[in-house]
Design a protein around this ligand. Structure first.
Ligand code: TMP
Length: 221
């Protein structure tokens, strides 16, 4: 790890957003479009993506309320999972020239553990750098919609809620504000896409952005 991005031939794209923003459906569709266009794709997710990281995800999402997970424990578990994921899947795929499509990455940590849980952002960024070896996404799409709509969608999509879904609406509003603040800081890398409309319209816009962006990157390299 710790390699300069310019030395890595692949392209690293992440999708971010609050609960119920439709990321998982959209990322699968994007993967299909890109595979059909002849790109080598790794579609993956966080926390997770390797056996060890998926085991950590299970702990994070199902931990019993009898032993509340401290915010620092939560952050460190997420970063441990990320380190496994970057080391064993993301970086090898990028080194082989693949387009990596990842459902959540570092921006989720800054939004959830930083803006919403209140952990210090500088500390989180430094710890995240250790976990990723400095690897950052090349393009990040933030699917944005009001929290009340996202949470209602999530509840109707799947009956069972995980530990983070059960957080208060106020918590999720801080997550949303976090994503919007991060996007405002890095408009070159992060693009906000309005997810409060029919899935087909969101899909069309995402496809247009990603296909055009990949073509420009490939011409440059
Ligand atoms: P998912 O529901 O999109 O699969 O994500 C699982 C949960 O993990 C979701 O509630 C957000 C949370 N999460 C964090 O709190 N911090 C992180 O860095 C990541 C990647 C996910």
């Amino acid at each position: 790890m710790g390699r300069k991005k310019s030395q890595i031939p692949g392209l690293f794209i992440t999708l971010e957003g609050i609960e119920g923003s439709g990321k998982s459906t959209q990322i699968s569709h994007l993967a299909q479009v890109l595979i059909q266009a002849g790109h080598r794709i790794l579609q993956t997710r966080e926390p997770g993506g390797t056996a060890t990281a998926e085991a950590i995800r299970h702990i994070l999402l199902t931990a019993s309320s009898h032993e509340p997970v401290a915010p620092q424990t939560e952050a460190l578990l997420i970063l441990a999972a990320r380190c496994q994921h970057v080391t064993h899947r993301i970086l090898p795929a990028l080194q082989q020239g693949a387009v990596v499509l990842c459902d959540r990455f570092s921006d989720s940590t800054f939004a959830y553990q930083g803006f919403a849980r209140g952990l210090d952002l500088q500390w989180l960024r430094a710890a995240n750098d250790i976990a990723t070896g400095g690897l950052t996404p090349d393009l990040t799409l933030v699917l944005d919609l009001p929290v009340s709509i996202g949470l209602a969608r999530r509840r109707s999509d799947r009956g069972e809620q995980n530990r983070l879904d059960r957080e208060t609406e106020r918590f999720h509003r801080k997550v949303r504000r976090g994503f919007l603040a991060l996007a405002a800081e890095e408009p070159g890398r992060m693009r906000i896409v309005n997810a409060n409309r029919p899935a087909q319209e969101v899909q069309d816009e995402l496809t247009e952005i990603v296909v055009g962006w990949i073509a420009r990157q490939r011409r440059r390299r």
